[in-house]
Design a protein around this ligand. Sequence first.
Ligand SMILES: [Zn+2]
Ligand SMILES: [Zn+2]
Length: 256
Amino acid sequence: MLVDSHCHLNFPEFKQDLTQVIQNAHNQDIKYMLTVNTRIAESLDVQQIAEAYPNIFCSVGVHPHDSKDYNDSTLIEQLKTHAAHPKVVALGETGLDYYYNNSDADAQINCFNMHLNVGSELNLPVIIHTREADTDTIASLNKYPNTRGVFHCFSGSKEFAKQGLDRGLYISFSGIITFKNASELREAVKFVPLDRILVETDSPFLAPIPHRGKRNEPAFTHFVAKMVAELKEISLEEVASATTKNFFNLFNKAIP
Ligand SMILES: [Zn+2]
Ligand SMILES: [Zn+2]
């Protein structure tokens, strides 16, 4: 049994066939999924999905791309209100993306810090998206040292993974680890201890090989887990049981 720790089931790519997509996941023994919010305006959409399916959990948060639209302190109250929902088990995704820079850095940092603030206050884990922003990500985490959370869709260096691990974070790997040109990232997979690894699809994006370029879906989590098993030279079953245990340790509001 595997958990897809990060997908976006409310996105338009799944509008037509969500029930089938969830069935496909169950057929591949992907029993649980966490559907991740990217805009407060869509938080009720992810909550509705989580309410409709007992094995799906959700989060509340603002993607760094959208942080320019949610940049005043009312966000704190909005996060807290939605976090009270029983199936909302995490904050995020939030963080810093200096690769796309769809919002300016100040707005991203401000928004990220508000999530970390609420996470510390409510003791809720934070799903962190970080791209080409290592220094500022660590600076924010240092401001909120009680943060529990995960670097999701990890694509950074071994050194950056270590900085996250040193702060108690988990590291979540996606289909990127199956891509041909990702040999440096595969070194990070070998480096991160098994008891701190999560697996995810980030679907509908980033379909793993052999589905690269097509729509991604939670059923493909096992391609990610298989690659982790190969790199760690252990069985798929070991990866499955460790990453499932890690998921419920981190997202401890989620009741299996
Ligand atoms: Zn992300
Ligand atoms: Zn995402």
